[in-house]
Design a protein around this ligand. Structure first.
Ligand SMILES: Nc1ncnc2c1ncn2[C@@H]1O[C@H](COP(=O)(O)OP(=O)(O)O)[C@@H](O)[C@H]1O
Ligand code: SF4
Ligand SMILES: [Mg+2]
Length: 328
C-alpha cells in the first residue's frame, strides 16, 4: 500500500544542506504496522512529513519516490495532496495541545474534520451522531459532555484521544503517529498505545508509529525499522528484532531499555556514547562508524549495502556484507 523508494530529503540551512534522509526504502501493507525507531534528530519526523506531503519550504526532495497505492505522492498537485491528507493518510503529533485550536470546542474541531473529509452532505444531526460515535470509538466517557468542552478543560490523554478521533474520522488507510505518547504519563501512554492497536485491528488501518523508544515500538508494531542519521540500519519483524538483533546500533538501543532484560536492569541504563553526526557533512562510509564499538577499517570507507540476513530481516552493516573479509 505504501512504498518508499530510495528517498532523499535535504534541508537548506545556513551551514549548507542538512542531509536528513539519505536513501530510505520501506514498504507497508494494508492493516500492518511499522515502528520507526531512532534517537532524536535521526530523521523520523522528516520521513513522516514527506509521506503526508507536509515538508517545510526549505526541504528539498533530492531523490527517490513515495508511492501510495501505486501513485507517487511527490508528484501530486496541492489539491490532490490536501484530499489525501484529510482522507486517506492522517497524522497524529507528539504535542496534543499544539494540534488543537484553543478557541474551538471539541465538537467544532471534529465537525470541521468531518466536513473536510465528507463534504457538506451531512446534516447537523448526522454530524452530532458521528462525533459521539467517534468519541466512543476512542473510549472517551460521556462523549455528549466532552464534545462541549474546550481543549484546556481536557487532560493530555483526553486531548490525544480527541486527535485520534480526528485521525480516524474519515476512515483513512494509514495513520502516521509521531511520538504520540511522549508527552503523556506512563499509565496514560499505555492506554493510548492499546487504543491505537485496537483501532488498527478493528478498522484494518495501517500504522507508522514513530518513537525513540524501542520498548514502546514493541507494543504496537508488526515490524520495526531502526533509523540512524537519515538511514535505515535494520528492519525486521518485531519479535525477530528483539530476539536476534544484528546491527550494533540496534543492540545498543536495546541495551538502553532498562527493563527489557534482567541483567541490563542490574547494570542500569546504558546510554549510547557519543551523539548523532553533523548531517551537513556526515561521516563517510557507515554513518554510525564514529560511535560503533565493532567498527572496522572498511566502515569509514564504504557504505554497507542492505543485506537480508534471514527471511524479512534486513541489516545495513559490514559485519554482514561480502566486504567483511577485508576487516582489520
Ligand atoms: N525545517 C528544518 N530545517 C532544517 N533542518 C531541519 C528542519 N527540520 C529538521 N531538520 C534537521 O533534520 C534532521 C532530522 O530531523 P527530524 O526529522 O526532526 O528528526 P527526528 O524526528 O528523528 O527527531 C535533524 O538534524 C534536524 O535538525
Ligand atoms: S558497518 Fe561497521 S561501523 Fe557500521 S555498524 Fe557495522 S560494524 Fe559498525
Ligand atoms: Mg521528531
Amino acid at each position: 500500500m505504501l512504498k518508499i523508494e530510495d528517498l532523499k530529503v535535504h534541508y537548506r540551512g545556513d551551514l549548507g544542506l542538512v542531509k536528513a534522509i539519505e536513501g530510505v526504502s520501506l514498504s507497508l501493507e494494508k492493516g500492518s504496522s511499522l515502528a520507526l525507531v531512532g534517537e532524536s534528530g535521526s530523521g523520523k519526523t522528516t520521513l513522516g512529513h514527506a509521506v503526508i506531503g507536509l515538508l517545510p519550504h526549505n526541504a528539498v526532495v533530492a531523490g527517490g519516490d513515495i508511492l501510495f497505492k501505486g501513485k507517487s505522492i511527490l508528484s501530486m498537485k496541492r489539491e490532490e495532496l490536501r484530499r489525501l491528507r484529510g482522507d486517506r493518510i492522517t497524522m497524529i503529533f507528539q504535542e496534543p495541545s499544539a494540534a488543537l485550536n484553543p478557541v474551538f470546542k471539541v465538537s467544532s474541531f471534529l465537525r470541521d474534520v468531518l466536513r473536510k473529509g465528507r463534504g457538506s452532505s451531512m446534516s447537523e444531526k448526522e454530524i452530532r451522531e458521528e462525533i459521539i460515535s467517534l468519541l466512543r470509538k476512542v473510549r472517551i466517557p460521556s462523549p455528549e459532555d466532552v464534545m462541549e468542552k474546550y481543549p484546556h478543560e481536557l487532560s493530555g490523554g483526553m486531548k490525544q484521544r480527541v486527535l485520534i478521533a480526528a485521525a480516524i474520522a474519515n476512515n483513512p488507510d494509514l495513520i502516521i503517529a509521531d511520538e504520540p505518547t511522549s508527552a503523556l504519563d506512563v499509565s496514560v501512554q499505555a492506554q493510548i498505545l492499546r487504543l491505537l492497536d485496537e483501532l488498527r485491528n478493528k478498522m484494518n488501518l495501517s500504522l507508522i508509529f514513530i518513537t525513540h523508544n524501542l520498548g514502546v515500538a514493541a507494543q504496537v508494531s508488526d515490524k520495526v525499522a531502526v533509523i540512524y542519521a537519515g538511514k535505515i540500519m535494520e528492519i525486521a519483524p518485531t519479535p525477530t528484532l528483539f530476539e536476534s538483533p544484528k546491527h550494533p546500533y540496534t543492540i545498543m538501543l536495546l541495551k538502553s531499555i532498562p527493563s527489557i532484560r534482567k541483567e541490563i536492569k542490574k547494570e542500569g541504563l546504558a546510554a549510547i556514547p557519543g551523539s548523532l553526526p553533523d548531517l551537513v557533512s556526515p561521516p563517510p562510509g557507515c554513518r554510525f562508524h564514529p560511535r560503533c564499538p565493532m567498527a572496522m577499517e572498511i566502515c569509514s570507507k564504504e557504505e554497507p549495502a542492505m543485506v537480508e540476513v534471514e527471511r524479512d530481516h534486513f541489516v545495513s552493516c559490514h559485519l554482514y556484507t561480502e566486504a567483511r573479509g577485508d576487516r582489520s
